[in-house]
Write a protein that binds this ligand. Structure first.
Ligand SMILES: NC(=O)c1ccc[n+]([C@@H]2O[C@H](COP(=O)([O-])OP(=O)(O)OC[C@H]3O[C@@H](n4cnc5c(N)ncnc54)[C@H](OP(=O)(O)O)[C@@H]3O)[C@@H](O)[C@H]2O)c1
Length: 330
């Protein structure tokens, strides 16, 4: 497994990371049995994955607790990325939430601590300075953000607090980050951590058509605002999305790989991308996702994947927010 330095942190993270959201019940996933999830996490280590991303929001602490349990005895082999997603993100909440997460994770220190979503309740500067204090106190090693657009990045970088990463939705079906956020992150040595790299299974070929996509995975702006769980006001672009999926499938078949492998490998070839945070509910998925890091795509393959997904990129527009209008990302 290739590793990469995350920003200028000195952390050497595996380019395929394990996203822990799908291991526990939450609004998108049903979750899996603890033993199955623990086997997937331990299996990830065996396959060279050393980077694990979780959040208090994934099952209200359940994902952190499960990750802590799974890493018992092997904590030193893992790099833990966690998030803060409290209501206000004021200094007091930052500290309280951090302490709670450390307990659930059964560790004294988190390697990367990220703002989950920009909230704008208190000034960003207050949140970041409180997070920086956690670094000084040895509770956290490095800081990052998630879902930050240009304005929020300018504010964050302007605070002077060192930020090593921006975790953002990025996949062959969600390419808005390429427009202007990726270049800014690259200029500022912030690694891109790509979440939902398989578009929650769409790019693994899990669904033959839009009607098969269950409501909880059909909340994104790819799908119509009329879907039961949608929080946006757009018509969606289901036709373009499934045409893109068919195009990715054709490339994958030609290359003799799975769609999931090709989708992850494509991301790992994109400028500024540090890691893909691939979710997985079973150990065999983890094994396949880890292997995707070794797939070399030619310039022609990359161009073909760009071409077949360009219409869905255009249809989704410049917003980095997959779920909501108005967007919370500025
Ligand atoms: N910062 C944020 O706001 C944010 C938001 C979303 C996600 N994230 C992070 O990103 C991680 C991943 O995102 P995600 O779960 O939304 O989407 P994802 O990684 O695109 O999709 C994960 C799902 O794809 C399926 N899958 C995975 N590997 C597969 C394979 N090799 N073959 C076939 N199917 C496969 C599994 O579905 P089944 O379970 O149905 O088998 C799995 O649960 C999360 O765990 C979380 O850490 C962050």
């Amino acid at each position: 497994m290739q590793t990469i330095e995350l920003g200028r942190s000195g952390l050497q993270v595996s380019r395929v990371a394990f996203g822990c959201m799908s291991t526990v019940p939450n609004p998108t996933y049903d979750g899996v049995a603890d033993q199955q999830a623990i086997a997937a996490i331990r299996g990830a280590l065996d396959h060279g994955i050393n980077f694990f991303d979780t959040a208090p929001g994934y099952g209200n602490g359940a994902s952190e607790e499960l990750l802590g349990r799974a890493l018992e005895g092997v904590r030193d082999q893992a790099i833990i990325a966690n998030k803060i997603s409290s209501q206000t993100m004021d200094a007091q909440e930052v500290r309280t939430e951090c302490e709670k997460s450390l307990k659930l994770l059964r560790t004294d220190v988190m390697d990367l601590y990220q703002i989950h979503w920009p909230r704008g309740v208190v000034p960003l500067d207050e949140t970041l300075k409180a997070m920086e204090k956690l670094v000084t106190d040895g509770k956290v090693r490095h800081l990052g953000v998630c879902n930050f657009g240009l304005e929020q990045l300018a504010d964050g970088l302007g605070s002077g607090v060192p930020l090593v990463s921006n975790q953002i939705v990025y996949s062959l079906l969600a390419r808005a980050v390429e427009i202007d956020v990726a270049p800014v992150c690259m200029e500022n040595n912030m690694g891109l951590l790509c979440y939902s790299p398989l578009a929650q299974g769409l790019l693994a070929g899990k669904y033959a058509n839009a009607d098969e996509v269950p409501p909880e995975r059909g909340r994104t702006r790819h799908f119509s605002k009329d879907r039961s769980q949608s929080r946006h006001n757009e018509p969606g672009c289901e036709e373009a999305a499934f045409a893109a999926i068919a195009g990715v499938r054709a490339v994958a078949e030609r290359l003799g790989h799975s769609m999931a492998d090709v989708s992850l490998a494509w991301l790992l070839h994109q400028p500024g991308v540090a890691c893909v945070l691939a979710g997985a509910s079973r150990e065999d998925q983890v094994a396949r996702n880890a292997a995707a890091a070794d797939i070399a795509l030619s310039a022609e393959d990359l161009a073909e994947l760009d071409r077949v997904t360009a219409p869905v990129k255009a249809a989704m527009g410049p917003s980095l927010d997959m779920w909501a209008t108005p967007s919370r990302i500025r």
